[in-house]
Design a protein around this ligand. Structure first.
Ligand SMILES: *Cc1c(COP(=O)(O)O)cnc(C)c1O
Length: 367
């Protein structure tokens, strides 16, 4: 892990990725190499037990990526070719491609004006007899109204799948966000809060759903009856994940403290933190600023010129149906479009120190 203090010089541009080196990495990987390391080995079960405990869910299933987690979760939720899956157009391409992979149709649903959650009133407008699931994606780790969504989804008879790739450690009413999904999907890609290089996992409290997921990621247990693919995580990655999981709390606390320092320091008209839902705690994958300038992109460019990167610029964030691959699924979502056009991200990962924070504050103040 990189660290810096107020006295050390900062290196511009500020990195938006934390080089994750956690005490115990080397020992954990070396020890893993003394035992079998396939996706069916003992270390996988140990990692899964630790994940379930850390996030307070009955079942955890380690998989090879966040994308694999979404495919397996949607499959377990009963999504097959010809079905529909509802999701907001504010999420990354990574969330929608798994739906297409299964031969299902993505149906875009608007968000709230001030929050990335699926608006349950708009959900009611798009649900059909072919709908099997709704996916909510708390972008950059800011909690969505998950209880309201789950109640609505249950009334419609569809599954709630949470894409928590940004949200390791995010909470609602003192519970981990994953407690509110029928199935919750995580990525442990290098850039995410918990990293195994590549990887992911699924959490659920439902033993039946868990057993469908376990079968799907192992070629249907090779029984020749149930379909499946190989989406297993390797033992070396599981060893790293297990070791790093023990540090997740302290690393999350550092993110939160960085975000609090920024929130306290930024006093510029037109800039504030995105509203945090009452009773919730963001994971602070990134800090989200809500902008109200005549030209928000000009502000983002100003930060970029001063070495402060933005996910909005990095990924060219726009409503998913504006990308060529998804034009055919266009359903205009005005809140979602306005929300995406009025936010930007600040890095608050554990490698960010006081000098970087002071730099970010001063660049914002000078705009
Ligand atoms: C990173 C990410 C994914 C995909 O995870 P991979 O591990 O890269 O496959 C899915 N959804 C969201 C919201 C993500 O940020």
């Amino acid at each position: 892990m990189q660290t810096s203090t107020a006295k050390s010089p900062i290196h511009l541009p500020i990195s938006d990725k934390c080089l994750q080196r956690t005490p115990g990495d080397d020992a954990a990987v070396s020890a893993a190499l003394l035992s079998p390391i396939s996706g069916g080995s003992e270390i996988i079960s140990e990692y899964e037990a630790e994940l379930a405990k850390a996030f307070g869910q009955k079942e955890a299933i380690a998989v090879s990526s966040g994308g694999a987690a979404l495919i397996a979760a949607l499959y377990a939720a009963g999504v097959r070719a010809g079905h529909e899956v509802v999701l907001p157009p504010t999420c990354p391409l990574c969330t929608v491609y798994p739906i297409l992979f299964l031969g299902a149709t993505p149906v875009f649903c608007d968000t709230y004006a001030d929050n990335f959650g699926v608006d349950v009133e708009d959900l009611a407008r798009v649900v059909t007899p072919r709908t099997r699931a709704v996916i909510d994606v708390p972008m950059w780790g800011y909690a969505t109204p998950v209880q309201r969504l789950r109640d609505a989804a249950r009334n419609h008879g569809i599954a709630t799948v949470l894409d928590l790739a940004h949200s390791h450690g995010a909470q609602m009413e003192g519970r981990d966000l994953s407690a509110y999904g029928d199935l919750s999907c995580f990525s442990t890609h290098e850039r995410k809060i918990l990293s195994t290089g590549e990887g992911g996992f699924i959490l659920t409290n439902d033993e039946r759903l868990a057993s469908v997921v376990r079968s799907y990621i192992k070629f249907g247990n090779l029984n020749g009856r149930d379909f499946g693919l190989n989406f297993k995580l390797s033992g070396v990655q599981a060893a790293l994940g297990k070791s790093r999981l023990a540090h997740l709390g302290e690393l999350s606390a550092k993110r939160r403290s960085n975000a609090e320092k920024l929130a306290a320091g930024v006093k510029r008209e037109g800039v504030r933190e995105l509203d945090i839902l009452p009773g919730s705690r963001p994971s602070y994958y990134f800090m989200l600023l809500r902008l109200s300038f005549a030209d928000n992109r000009d502000f983002i460019d100003h930060l970029d010129r001063h070495g402060i990167p933005s996910d909005i610029k990095r990924y060219g964030c726009k409503a998913l149906y504006e990308f060529p691959a998804l034009k055919g699924f266009t359903r205009r979502c005005p809140n979602a479009e306005a929300l995406l056009a009025s936010v930007t991200t600040l890095p608050v990962h554990p490698g960010i120190g006081d000098a970087e924070i002071e730099h970010m504050i001063s660049v914002i103040q000078k705009y």
